[in-house]
Ligand binder design. Structure first.
Ligand code: PEP
Ligand code: MG
Length: 558
């Protein structure tokens, strides 16, 4: 009765919306979503198949079922291994994402939970489903998009295991030419199974730019638009579609005029890119003769490919937290060292500035117990956590020192709010250097330690801070959110202020002046540095070192 009333009032089913849903849609439609990977693509829709739901819940023979589960797990891992070994012609970028994913498959907790569920009498399929639901519940509380996306990796793994258990061996899938792949969400391995040369674009109903599908799509340069509500209900297999990774929209069954317009834009992009390529290696010198250093921001080894592609001169900000966030347990010393070494190798002598772990607040690491905080952005994040858990920070510094043995090492600490915090962090670095020396380890050929300027408190204490640092870097994303008291992750307030208004300009001018006076090298590494007008303003203020997301270095791809 209640249901009937609710339905009658249109509340439950949203009858108005339902009126628009067609059984076989044929009209042109446009759906607004979010831009996950730049670019434009025209092609025909191919629907990514939905995961299989378990049919039987209880096993007749738990022992045999455990055997089935183990066989399934082995086949699953072997399948990912063969992708990793390049059997599917994987390019380097996807490798790291897949490696992380492979780690999940090996995760002891996941394997144990599955085994226990089967021993309790469930079928292997039902066990996978149960464990997946438990993970969902655990991760669903996390507000951080990275964490939520790791949940999706686990889901993807569970879906693949269900496919293996159903006797369907995942492998390279066939696609027609000019495919625009359409899915609710995609795991990294799923995407990599499709032949790259046939994939023009990717449209997702869910996900986020930080999702592995988003990262892989960017690395493979496949235009990708996500968060397209109701996409799959409005589309049939084979429909002509446009993935507009510039505006973050999908056009379904576009009219000929629309197609012509998009084709013209595609030509323009190709032309702009050719112009950029021709200019790429020209040194960045302003007309009045000032040399500007343009660097890129990164967080994965794969991002280093952008150095060659964009001509950036190095990495001005390497966000080390990514490795920690995709991991189910604290990355060990060796794993951290390996990653940093690979980054330095890939940079091939170009400077890399590593930023120590910036987690805490609502960037929760599943293996780190932290108290719930009312205001995570103002909570125990970044260097605060590092100083409270010196073991964690020292391990990371040890890995950095070891990876950079005999080379240049540049390290900076995030979210420094007081001069004492910087002193304490630097003391940990000194202690690690002494530790390495005592053990006869090779130290970096040079070591520079810097602070990120992200907390407004530092604006009035630069006179004390700058003499202690080798360099500073301004994280405008955080600096401005704290200056304007506007949460950068909350779309309701995040862009309420003008980043080029007097408060920010005065703050930036002041920092630049004090750095110039003390001859402290300074860079700007927030998103601001990658936007053309803002970058010009930074140059006008006297900044000559900018570090931007890759799309900000090569605007022709943005
Ligand atoms: C910043 O705050 O501007 C910054 C570069 O750091 P992140 O975006 O990683 O917080
Ligand atoms: Mg920051």
């Amino acid at each position: 009765m209640v249901l009937a009333e609710t339905v009658a009032s249109g509340e439950l089913l949203g009858l108005d919306e339902l009126r628009d849903v067609e059984v076989a849609p044929h009209r042109p439609e446009r759906i607004k979503g979010q831009r996950f990977a730049e670019g434009l693509a025209i092609g025909h829709a191919v629907l990514h198949e939905a995961p299989v739901a378990p049919e039987r819940l209880l096993a007749d023979d738990p022992v045999a079922e455990e055997g089935r589960l183990k066989l399934g797990l082995t086949a699953l891992k072997a399948n990912i291994d063969s992708m990793l070994e390049g059997g599917q012609g994987l390019a380097g970028p996807s490798y790291e994402v897949l490696e992380t994913y492979r780690m999940f498959a090996d995760d002891r907790g996941w394997n144990r939970s599955l085994e226990e569920a089967v021993r309790g009498g469930l079928t292997a399929e039902a066990a996978v489903d149960r464990v997946r639901n438990e993970h969902r519940a655990r991760f669903a509380k996390a507000r951080d998009p990275y964490i939520r996306e790791r949940l999706h990796d686990l889901e993807d793994l569970a879906n693949r295991l269900l496919r293996v258990l159903a006797g369907d061996q995942p492998g390279q899938r066939e696609l027609p030419d000019d495919t625009i792949l359409v899915a609710r969400n995609l795991g990294p391995a799923d995407l990599l199974e499709y032949p790259r040369d046939k994939l023009r674009g990717l449209l997702l109903e869910e996900g986020s730019a930080a999702s592995h599908a988003g990262i892989v799509a960017r690395a493979l340069q496949i235009p990708c638009v996500g968060r397209l509500a109701g996409l799959r209900d409005r589309l049939s297999e084979g429909d002509l579609v446009i993935a507009d990774g510039e505006s973050g929209e999908a056009f379904l069954r576009p009219r000929p005029e629309m197609l012509d317009a998009v084709q013209a834009r595609m030509q323009l992009r190709a032309q702009r890119h050719a112009e950029f390529v021709a200019l790429r290696d020209t040194p960045a010198i302003t007309r009045d003769g000032v040399r500007v250093t343009v660097l890129a921001n990164a967080g994965l080894v794969v991002d280093l490919d952008t150095l060659d592609e964009t001509g950036a001169e190095g990495i001005g900000l390497f966000r080390t937290e990514f490795q920690f966030m995709v991991s189910e347990e604290l990355p060990r010393l060796q794993a951290q060292t390996d990653l940093y070494r690979r980054v330095l190798d890939a940079a091939g002598g170009r400077p890399v500035t590593f930023r120590t772990l910036d987690v805490g607040g609502d960037k929760v690491l599943p293996y780190l117990e932290v108290e719930r905080e009312e205001n995570p952005a103002l909570g125990r994040r970044a260097i605060r956590l590092g100083l409270d858990r010196p073991g964690l920070l020292r391990l990371q510094l040890r890995a950095l020192l070891s990876a950079a043995a005999g080379r240049e090492l540049r390290v900076m600490f995030p979210m420094i709010a007081t001069v004492d915090e910087f002193r304490a962090a630097r003391a940990l670095m000194d202690a690690e250097c002494e530790w390495a020396e005592r053990r006869g380890k090779t130290l970096p050929a040079s070591l520079r330690v810097g602070a990120m300027i992200e907390a407004p408190s530092l604006l009035w204490h630069l006179d004390a801070l700058l003499p202690l640092t080798d360099f500073v870097s301004i994280g405008t994303n955080d600096l401005f959110q704290y200056m304007y008291a506007a949460d950068r992750t909350n779309p309701l307030v995040s862009d309420r202020y003008d980043p080029l208004s007097p408060p920010t300009l005065r703050a930036l001018q002041d920092i630049q002046r004090q750095c110039a006076e003390t001859e402290t090298p300074v860079s700007v590494c927030g998103e601001l540095a990658g936007r053309p007008l803002e970058a010009m303003v930074l140059l006008a203020l006297g900044y000559t070192r900018l570090s931007a997301p890759a799309g900000g270095v090569d605007r022709s791809s943005a």
